[in-house]
Design a protein around this ligand. Sequence first.
Ligand code: NDP
Ligand code: AKG
Ligand code: MG
Length: 735
Amino acid sequence: MANTSNPDIIYTKVDEAPELASASLLPIIQRFAAAAGVSVGTKNISLAGRILAAFPESLTEDQRISDDLAELGELVKTPDANVIKLPNISASVPQLVAAVKELQDQGFAIPDYPYEPSSDAEKDARARYDAIKGSAVNPVLREGNSDRRAAAAVKKFAQNNPHRMGDWSADSKTRVASMSGGDFFSNETSATLDKAATAKIVLTAADGSETVLKDGVSYPAGTVVDATYMSAQALDAFLADEIEKTKDEGVLFSLHMKATMMKVSDPIIFGHAVREWLKPVFEKYGDQMKDLGVNPNSGLGDLLERVKDQPEILKAIEEVRATRPPMYMVDSDNGITNLHVPSDVIIDASMPALIRAGGKGWGPDGKEHDAVCVIPDDSYAPVYDEAIKFFKANGKLNPATAGTVQNIGLMAQKAEEYGSHPTTFEIPADGTVKMVLDDGTTLHEHSVQAGDIWRSASARKAPIEDWVNLAIERQKATGYRAIFWLDQARAHDAELIKYVKPILEAKGVADKFEIMSPRDATRASFETITRGENTIAITGNVLRDYLTDLFPILELATSAKMLSIVKLMNGGGLFETGAGGSAPKHVQQLQAENHLRWDSLGEFCALGESFKFLAEAKGNARAKVLGETVETATQGILDNGRSPSRKVGEPDNRDSHYWFARYWAEALAAQGDDADLAQEFAPVAKALAENEAKITGELAAAQGKPADIGGYYHPDADKLAAVMRPSATLNAIID
Ligand SMILES: NC(=O)C1=CN([C@@H]2O[C@H](COP(=O)(O)OP(=O)(O)OC[C@H]3O[C@@H](n4cnc5c(N)ncnc54)[C@H](OP(=O)(O)O)[C@@H]3O)[C@@H](O)[C@H]2O)C=CC1
Ligand SMILES: O=C(O)CCC(=O)C(=O)O
Ligand SMILES: [Mg+2]
C-alpha cells in the first residue's frame, strides 16, 4: 500500500532481543514525540515479516502484510529518510526453516523451504526464500557510508567503570590460522572502469562448452571491479592440516565465518569444514546421507537430525569425532558445537569475544581453553592475528586508560564483498572464468576447478569519493590520527588508493592521513589507544563491520553502545542502533525467567541523533528540544548506573526504560527553549518520580518465572506487550 505521508521518523520492527525491548521502549518514544508534534511510525523488517510479505497469494486477506523493506529501500534514496534501524536477523538456512515452521504452525499457509527445488512452484518459492536469506536488509537500506564511534559520554563512562577483561599470557597457544595461498586474497585481480560498462561472467569448461554464469551486470564509469576465487582443493587441504595441527597442539578447534552477510560464499566454506571434520563418514556414507537430504552447508546440527535413525552412520560419526580435537562450543551444556549451525559463530562478534576473554573459548567440558581460530581467507584474518600477537606481547588492554578507535566505512551501494552475492558462484566444472565487458574486453580471467568459489565484488566511484570526504570531515572535527586500512599489495586496495591519494592532495590534507595494510594498521591502532590517544580507522566494508565490534568490545565491553550513523548519499539519515546483533541468548533468558538483559543504549543514542537530524533537515525546533533532552536522559542512565543487569531479580531492560522516560521527562520539564513542552512534561516527570517504588516493584514482581510471548520469530503482539509492559502504573502514565 502506497504511503502518501510518511511519519517524521521510522522505527524499524525487527526480531529477537531488540524487538522485545521495542515493545517496552517504543510506546514511550511515540508518546513523548507526539507531544512535540513529531510522528514516529514503524516498518516491519523482521525475518517473519519479510517471509509473510513474500507470499501474499498463500495468505488470507487479513494475514497479508505490505513489503515494508521495499518501501524503506525507496525511502532511503530520498532526502526525507529519517530511519532508526535496529539489528535484525540475517537468517541462515536453519533459522529460515525454523521461522517458516513457526509461521506455518501459527496458521500461515506459506510453502516449505525447498532444499532441492524441482517443480516450477518450488523453484519460485526457493527464489523468494533466497532473497530473504542472509543479510538481506542492511545492504538495501545502507545507501550511504558508515560513521561508527562511541559517543564521548559512553567512552568516558567505560573509562570510569572499566569492565573485566581476561588476562593474556605470553605463552597462550591461541592463534589464527589462514590459508597461505589459493584463497580470495591471493587470487584477486582488480580494475577500475574508465567508462560505464555491462559485464558478462562466462565459464568455459575444459571441453570447450560455455556457461553464462551471469549476464547484464552493469557498472557506472569509475567503478572498481574485482574478481577472485577460493580453491576448493587448497581449502580442503588447509582444513585437514589445521584439524591435525590443532589436535597436536592440544587446544580447541574453531571456525569463524560470516555466513550471514556473506550468504553465498561462507556457507559453502562452512560446509567444507563440516565435510573435512567428518571426512571418513562422508567417504563411506556420502551417497546415503545425500539421499537423506544432508547438506553440509547447513551444519552438523541439521546433519545429525537427518541421520538420527541411522545407527550405523551415527556410530561412524562418533568414531570419527573421538579422533578429532575438542571443538569450540556454542552451548556446551547442550552439546552445540561451532559446526552445528552456520550462523551461530559470526566472526565480527566471536573473535572479539574470544580476544576479550584472554584468547579463550568454551570447550566441550564447559571450561575455557586456548583455541586455534580458523579464518580461511587471508584478506582480513591478519587483523585478528596481529591483535592476538599484540596482546600476547603486551598483555590485555586497559579499558580505564585506553583511547578509542572510531570508524569511517565504505559501505554505500553494496560496496565490496558485502555486495558480491549475485556474482558469486560455486564453479560446476574445471575451466576458465572470464568477466567480459560489452565492448569485448576481458576484464578478469581465472582458471578454476570444479567446486572453487569464484566471486566478483565492486565499489562505485560516488560512494568511494563520499567515503574519503567523510573521512576528511571526521579527521578535521577530531584532529585524531587517521589511517586508511588499505594494503598497496592487494589488487582491490591498490585501485582504491588511486582514488584516495589525489582527493587528499587536492584538499591539501595528505599530511593528516596514513595508509597502512590491515596488519600494520591493527598494530598502530592498538599502540595508539594503549597510549591513551585516539584514532580513526578508515576502512572498506568488511573491516567496517569487523572493527566496529572488535574495538568497542575491548574498549566498552560491548558494541551495543555504539553510535552508528549512515549519512545517506541523497541527503537522508539512517541511524543504526549499536553495532552488534540481535542477541538470541537474551530471548532464551526472557522465556526461561522473564529477565531481559538487552541494553537499549544504542537505541537511545540513535534516537537522539534522529531527532537532531530532523531538527536540522526540517528546521523543526521542537525536534531539537527532543534530541537534546534525549541526550540528557542517556547521560542520566550512564551517570546513575541504570543500565540493565544480566541477572534475574535485578533491574532489567524494562527498568532502564522507566529511568529513560523519567530522565527524559525531567529534562523536558527543566528546559527553557519550549515552555509548552516544559509545562506538558512537568506533571509526567512528577508522576514518574512519585511512583518510583510502585513502578520498580511492579517490574520486579514480573521476573523469576517463565514468560510466554507466543512465538520466537513471530511473537504474539498482545502477549509481548503484556510481558514487556508489566507495570500498570507506568503504563497509565505513558498511555
Ligand atoms: N545490524 C544488524 O542487523 C546485525 C544483525 N546481526 C544478527 O544478529 C544475530 C546475532 O548475531 P551475533 O553475532 O550473535 O551478535 P550479537 O551482537 O547479537 O551477540 C553477541 C553478544 O553481544 C552481547 N550483546 C549484543 N547486543 C547487546 C545489547 N544491546 N545489550 C547487551 N548485550 C548485547 C550479548 O552478550 P551476552 O550474551 O554476553 O549478554 C550477545 O550474546 C544474528 O541473527 C545476526 O545475523 C548481527 C550483527 C548486526
Ligand atoms: O547485516 C548483517 O548480517 C550484519 C551486519 C553487521 O554485522 C554490521 O553491520 O556490523
Ligand atoms: Mg557487525
